[in-house]
Design a protein around this ligand. Structure first.
Ligand code: ZN
Length: 166
């Protein structure tokens, strides 16, 4: 939880698309600045949507100004970046796993019977949950890919430094 009692919303710069996916996998509302976005537009989005800017771009971080919380990442690789981000923002990597679309950040709905029909046969016998993205139509089910991602999120959560009030 952030200081205001709400889950933090984030915006990753275009160089951090991988990390943005993982933040969405953990359940965080995470925007992604399009590659080549103008700094001013990125900062405006953070300001108007109250998003924490997560960036590797020193220049962008330096221009954020007051009213925008910025986390400047210097680490390479997802594991190191997640640790660096966890040290700056109180995150729970198990917050609400797989409740947002990894591609476009839209909150997922329960898959409709129609959408479940489109699952590969090997997925149909799984216990669920089966969720679908109302924006892009992608269906998510608890297969091996999701299990692998969830195991990594649990590792990140386990090695995270505790925050006061955890
Ligand atoms: Zn989607």
């Amino acid at each position: 939880m952030a200081a205001n009692g709400q889950s933090p919303k984030l915006l990753c710069d275009g160089m951090l698309a991988g990390l943005a996916r993982w933040l969405r996998a953990a359940g965080y509302d995470t925007g992604l600045a399009p590659a080549g976005a103008v700094d001013r537009a990125v900062l405006d989005t953070c300001r108007t949507q109250s998003r924490i800017l997560v960036t590797r771009d020193r220049h962008l971080a330096a221009h954020a100004g007051r009213g925008i919380e910025v986390v400047l990442l210097t680490a390479d690789g997802l594991d190191a970046q997640s640790g660096e981000l966890s040290a700056a923002v109180c995150l729970n990597w198990n917050r609400a796993p797989f409740t947002r679309c990894l591609l476009d950040n839209t909150p997922l709905h329960e898959a409709t019977p129609d959408q479940r029909m489109r699952l590969p046969p090997r997925a149909c016998g799984l216990p669920g949950p089966f969720r679908a993205c109302p924006a892009c139509g992608r269906v998510y089910w608890p297969g091996s890919h999701v299990w692998r991602m969830q195991a990594r999120l649990e590792q990140w959560q386990a090695r995270r430094r505790p925050w006061p009030g955890d």
